[in-house]
Design a protein around this ligand. Structure first.
Ligand SMILES: *Cc1c(COP(=O)(O)O)cnc(C)c1O
Length: 392
């Protein structure tokens, strides 16, 4: 039985009627950009996140760009980002004319290593973008301490971790800014592109409202140069249909992850967690280094499992398992195959080779099928394929 990496049809089937009705309502309204639909969705998200206000924007990437613009980050400024993340985290920094500075990550939980961040701070550093990668909260306390000591703005990239918490605080609400994405593969997916931005300072929140619409402060008066970073009414309305299900979907992701862990850790050569010696306080490892390492979960926060990502530390084994799964039509993906400081477009920055852990991870990681509707039968198929490979 083939198992997809992600099945959006399963989610949309149960909501199809409501989604169609919503589409008809927006079509009838004749209002397609911002407006009441977007305002209602923003209010729903504010309530869900426990913040005074949120602002819908055109994508997660644009949320990052607008946050950087609002914070006044530009040419001559450095922004510290992890080298192991989706491209947009660093691309947005370049887009505003600033310089991304790549810091290395924890080899166990994949998020920023605070010691490496501290090492990258210079007098030109203006901001820090922690990424809650794969849905796992970054070690915020240590990162906030570095930010405070050096006067850095913190923009949380919560594109993959909507719903995760640090202590009891939702990801994206503790930094100066929190950026979320509604790309269809994220925890809450639009039927197209969309994003959300949260700012802690109400004055910043207001500036963002202008920046997302060309800096238009009152009709055709522009106090800032902004851009077109607006959210569509249709996407907001469709997202609002999905909102009430978000908690349940996250719980299902967590149940899928727990079941993967329970089944996989019984297999020979599989270990879990980390040696417990890293700054992010991952869970202690239960055995010696194995052929297949289950994802560590940090103790400081919750994990929303946007991805369930294994590590295969022995040379060639990641690609061997990948081929094995492909032959059996078991969905899998390498997030991410290239460290960002190794990307051709960043070669002029001269930072290639500066993050050995991230570089090693690009050769070791493999993400398995993960979505709320993944059935036990599908999951068993994935686990059996992995068991057969370990025993082959
Ligand atoms: C998806 C993603 C983004 C960008 O979001 P888009 O909505 O696709 O623009 C940024 N950062 C991370 C970590 C992401 O996973």
């Amino acid at each position: 039985m083939a198992v997809p990496l992600l099945d959006l049809k399963a989610q949309h089937a149960s909501l199809a009627e409501e989604l169609r009705e919503t589409f008809a309502r927006v079509l009838e309204s004749g209002r397609f950009v911002l407006g009441g639909e977007v305002e209602r969705f923003e209010a729903a998200m504010a309530e869900w996140l426990g913040v005074p206000a949120t602002l819908g924007v055109s994508s997660g990437t644009d949320a990052l760009i607008v946050a950087l613009m609002a914070a006044g980050v530009g040419p001559g400024d450095e922004v510290i980002v992890p080298s192991f993340t989706f491209f947009a985290t660093a691309g947005s920094v370049s887009r505003v004319g600033a310089t991304p500075v790549f810091a290395d990550v924890c080899p166990h939980c994949f998020t920023l290593n605070p010691e490496e961040v501290a090492r990258m701070v210079t007098p030109r550093t203006k901001a820090l973008i922690p990424v809650h990668l794969f849905g796992q909260t970054a070690p915020l306390e240590a990162l906030f301490r570095i930010a405070q000591e050096n006067g850095l703005i913190v923009i949380e990239d919560a594109a993959q971790s909507l719903g995760a918490r640090y202590g009891d605080q939702p990801n994206g609400t503790l930094g100066d800014f929190g950026a979320y994405s509604f790309f269809p593969t994220k925890n809450l997916g639009a039927l197209g592109d969309g994003g959300l931005l949260v700012a802690r300072d109400p004055a910043m929140q207001e500036r963002i409202r202008f920046l997302r619409n060309h800096g238009d402060t009152s009709r055709y008066r522009h106090d800032y140069v902004g851009g077109n970073f607006r959210l569509d009414a249709l996407q907001a309305a469709l997202l609002e249909v999905k909102c009430p299900h978000l908690d349940g979907w996250i719980e299902k992701r967590q149940a899928v992850a727990a079941r993967y862990r329970a089944l996989l850790q019984e297999l020979p050569g599989v270990v879990t967690g980390c040696p417990g010696d890293c700054a992010c306080q991952c869970q202690p490892q239960t055995g010696p280094e194995g052929r297949l390492v289950l994802p560590a979960t940090a103790l400081h926060g919750t994990h929303t499992w946007n991805q369930f990502t294994l590590r295969l530390p022995f040379p060639g084994e990641r690609d061997a398992l990948r081929n094995w799964l492909n032959e059996r039509q078991i969905g899998n993906q390498v997030y991410y195959p290239v460290a960002l400081n190794e990307q051709p477009c960043f070669a002029p920055l001269g930072q290639a080779g500066s993050t050995p852990v991230a570089q090693r991870l690009t050769g070791e990681v493999l993400s398995l099928p993960m979505f709320p509707e993944l059935t036990p039968a599908q999951q068993d198929e994935v686990v059996e394929a992995i068991r057969d490979w370990l025993q082959a």
